[in-house]
Design a protein around this ligand. Structure first.
Ligand code: HEC
Length: 213
């Protein structure tokens, strides 16, 4: 019986060059952007198995932030793109970055201070590099509760802020700690970002536990 199964398995494998399920061959599924016929992006559901880049807590673009409302944002990238970035400091075609927004909670179980992430997902946004498809090479998609999303129109502030302030190729590599040194070493930081850094001269602050002199 086992033999019959393996013969069928082998012939199917040779016939199609694709190992069917049950053949003990691990099929490596590449993470490629997928679109519906009317041009919506399909949410890459497996993004939680991708490479984690960073978690921002209450990040805001306005000085006063979001009063009384705490959120985390988690950023993930598909493994193929992460590997390529490690080698070149650049994002390859078909890169997908996912920003997942979650509520920040406190005072539950044994937690008395500080914040942890709640199970509530408040939104997901995807930044896709697809050179042949998008005139500016990149496009944004914002997902609500659906598994598909329309492209955010080019006039939206997403594009201008990312273009003007993202450290590498419209992405916020300056906030992704494992990538920033690679970009520096490979010389791929954008001219605009370098100019911003020169003029702002405000160096990054790291919160450290206060120590007595
Ligand atoms: C005023 C600036 C600004 C605007 C406007 C903005 N973003 Fe961002 N975006 C950021 C910053 C800063 C980060 C880094 C977040 C972190 O470090 O956790 C980021 C990260 C992201 C990421 C993760 C991948 C990457 O490109 O670095 C996605 C996806 C994203 N934003 C989507 C959007 C979408 C969609 C919109 C518009 C609806 C938008 N952003 C508007 C500043 C901006």
């Amino acid at each position: 019986m086992t033999r019959v199964v393996s013969v069928v398995c082998l012939s199917m494998f040779l016939g199609s060059w694709v190992a069917p399920a049950g053949c003990q061959t691990v099929a490596r599924t590449a993470s490629m952007p997928t679109y519906t016929d009317d041009g919506k992006l399909v949410l890459p559901n497996q993004y939680r198995e991708w490479i984690f880049l960073s978690s921002g807590l209450d990040m805001s673009y306005a000085p006063n932030g979001m009063a009384g409302h705490s959120t985390f944002d988690n950023v993930f990238v598909n493994p193929e793109a992460y590997k390529a970035f490690g080698e070149t400091g650049r994002w390859p075609d078909k890169t997908m970055l996912v920003l997942e927004i979650r509520g920040a909670a406190t005072n539950a179980s044994i937690n008395k201070a500080g914040h942890f992430q709640s199970s509530e997902v408040m939104g997901r946004e995807v930044h896709v590099k697809d050179e042949a498809r998008f005139p500016g090479k990149w496009a944004f998609f914002g997902f609500d509760d659906n598994d598909t999303a329309k492209m955010v129109p080019k006039e939206a502030a997403c594009y201008s802020c990312h273009e003007q302030h993202g450290a590498v190729d419209t992405t916020f590599v300056q906030f992704y700690p494992t990538l920033m040194d690679i970009a520096k070493n490979k010389g791929t930081l954008s001219a605009r970002y370098l100019q911003d850094e020169k003029t702002s001269s405000g160096s990054q602050k790291t919160s450290k536990p206060s120590s007595n002199p």
